[in-house]
Design a binder for this molecule. Structure first.
Ligand SMILES: [Zn+2]
Length: 435
C-alpha cells in the first residue's frame, strides 16, 4: 500500500557547500512512500495528483527530515555521558575505559546495546557508523540487537594492543581471528562491518598490519578510527611512530586511508595532511560537542572544505553531550562562530552535514540521506511540543529557512514523534501527541 505524508519537508539532495540551491523545501509538502522507498517528494497538491490512490496522512504543523546519519558514536559509552571536566586522555582513563571493561559481561553489553540503539532512534537517527566494544561477545549482542532494531548500522570490534587498560588489549593474532569471524557472521546480514583500531596510540605496527590485511581480504568492509583530537595524544603518537611525518602518515603506511575510511575529529591538522585526505577521498567525522566538552579545540572546517575533504557530523557519545544530531548541528554552528576563520553555517549546510554528508561518508548516498525518488524511506517526523518555544517560533516564522534554523536551535528528542527506516517504524513517541 502506498502512503502520502503531508507536512513541511526539508532535504538537501545537493551539497549546499557547492551549490546555492542545495536545499529543497516544501512548506505544504508531500512525501510518497511505496514498498519502503520514496516514490515522490514535492508539493502536496502535485503529489496528490500523481498518487491518487495513496493513503494520505495529514501531519501539517510537523516536519519531515531525512533520518540523521551519525558518523561517529561509541556504543559502550552511553552510561558515561555527562562526565564533564576532563581532557581526552584523563577522560579515557578515569571515565570511558573502566566503563568499556564492563562490556566484557554479555548481559551488561546487551542492556547497553538496547539503551544505545534506542538513544539513536529516539533522536531521529536512522543510520550510524558505530564505534564498537573491545569484546567479541559484546559485538555479537550488539549486532543482533542492531538487526532487530531496524536501524542502518555499520560497526566493528574495537582493537588495541597497548596503552589502554590491560583487559582491553588483544594480540594482533586474536584481533585477526575475532574480526574475521565477526565479518563472516554479520557483514551484509542486516548490518555492515567496519575495521576499527581505537587509535594509533593504542595500536602497534603489528596490529595496524592486521587491520591492513583485513581490509584487503574483505573489500566490502569499511574502516574507522580517531585522528588528531588532542595535543597530548598527537605528541604521544609522534613519539611512538618516530618514522611518521605526521599522525595521518601512520594510517597511510598501512593503506588504511581511502574512500572507505572515516576518521574522527581531525581538529589539529596541517594543510599538507588535508590535501592528502582529500586525495584519498577519505571522510572526517566532525564531533563539535565532544571537541568543546573535552576542550580538544576548534575544528578547521573551512580548511577541510577548501581541501575537498568530505566532512559529516558525529555525536561521539560519551565524549559528546548526547545523541541529538540537531544539537550537534547547532554546536557545529556555534563553534564555527568562535573559530578563527570559521564559516557561518547556513541551516541548509547544517542539514546536509547531519544527513546526506554522512550517507556520502558511509558509501550510502544512493540509498539514504535525502528524499530523491528511489531512496529508502528513512526519515524523522518532528513536531514541536504544544506551547513550547519551538512551536511559537515555527508557527510565526516568516520563512522556511527560519523554521529549519529553529529546528536546529530548539528541537530535541521531545520533538521527535516518529522515526522510520525503509518505511518501517523504528521509534514512536509514547505520549499522545496529535495527530
Ligand atoms: Zn570517538
Amino acid at each position: 500500500m502506498s502512503e502520502l505524508l503531508r507536512a513541511t519537508i526539508f532535504h538537501t539532495p545537493r551539497n549546499p557547500f557547492l551549490s546555492a540551491d542545495g536545499l529543497e523545501v516544501f512548506s505544504d509538502g508531500g512525501l510518497a512512500i511505496e514498498a519502503g522507498r520514496v516514490s515522490g517528494c514535492g508539493e502536496f497538491d502535485e503529489l496528490r495528483r500523481r498518487f491518487p490512490s495513496a493513503q494520505v496522512r495529514d501531519l501539517r504543523g510537523g516536519f519531515l527530515l531525512p533520518g540523521f546519519v551519525d558518523t561517529h558514536v561509541h556504543y559502550p559509552q552511553v552510561r558515561v555521558l555527562g562526565a564533564l571536566g576532563h581532557q581526552l586522555l584523563d577522560w579515557l582513563n578515569q571515565s570511558a575505559l573502566p566503563e568499556e571493561v564492563r562490556m566484557r559481561d554479555r548481559d551488561h553489553a546487551r542492556c547497553v546495546a538496547g539503551e544505545f540503539l534506542r538513544g539513536l532512534a529516539s533522536h531521529g537517527t536512522t543510520t550510524a557508523l558505530v564505534f564498537g566494544a573491545h569484546f567479541a561477545s559484546a559485538m555479537e549482542v550488539f549486532f543482533e540487537a542492531a538487526v532487530s532494531s531496524g536501524l542502518r548500522i555499520t560497526s566493528g570490534l574495537v582493537v588495541s594492543d597497548r596503552m589502554l587498560l590491560p583487559e582491553l588489549h588483544v594480540s594482533p593474532q586474536e584481533a585477526y581471528q575475532q574480526n574475521g569471524d565477526l565479518i563472516r557472521r554479520y557483514h551484509k546480514r542486516g548490518v555492515e562491518y567496519a575495521v576499527t583500531p581505537r587509535f594509533a596510540l593504542s595500536a602497534s605496527e603489528a596490529l595496524l598490519e592486521v587491520c591492513q590485511t583485513l581490509m584487503r581480504e574483505h573489500p566490502g568492509v569499511r574502516f574507522q578510527t580517531h585522528i588528531n583530537e588532542n595535543a597530548s595524544e598527537i605528541a604521544e603518537v609522534a613519539r611512538l611512530f618516530p618514522w611518521a611525518e605526521d599522525y595521518l602518515a601512520v594510517y597511510e603506511k598501512f593503506d588504511l586511508v581511502s574512500d572507505r575510511s572515516v576518521l574522527a575529529h581531525n581538529v589539529h591538522t596541517t594543510d599538507k595532511a588535508l590535501a592528502r585526505l582529500g586525495a584519498h577521498k577519505a571522510s572526517v567525522a566532525h564531533c563539535p560537542s565532544s571537541n568543546a566538552s573535552l576542550g580538544s579545540g576548534l575544528f578547521p572546517l573551512r580548511r577541510h572544505i577548501a581541501a575537498g575533504v568530505r566532512v559529516a557530523l558525529g555525536t561521539d557519545v560519551g565524549g559528546g553531550t548526547g545523541f541529538g544530531m540537531l544539537k550537534e548541528g547547532l554546536q557545529a554552528y556555534l563553534l564555527q562562530r568562535l573559530a578563527p576563520e570559521g564559516l557561518v553555517l547556513t541551516p541548509a549546510q547544517l542539514l546536509y552535514l547531519a544527513t546526506r554528508a554522512g550517507a556520502e561518508a558511509l558509501g550510502l548516498a544512493n540509498e539514504t540521506g535525502d528524499f530523491s525518488e528511489g531512496r529508502s524511506a528513512d526519515f524523522v517526523y518532528l513536531r514541536p511540543p504544544e506551547r513550547s518555544p519551538l512551536e511559537a517560533v515555527t508557527r510565526n516564522a516568516e520563512s522556511a529557512q527560519r523554521v529549519l534554523a529553529a529546528l536546529f536551535t530548539l528541537a530535541g528528542s521531545e520533538s521527535v514523534v516518529e522515526t522510520r527506516v525503509r518505511g518501517q517504524q523504528v521509534y514512536r513517541a509514547e505520549e499522545t501527541r496529535s495527530p
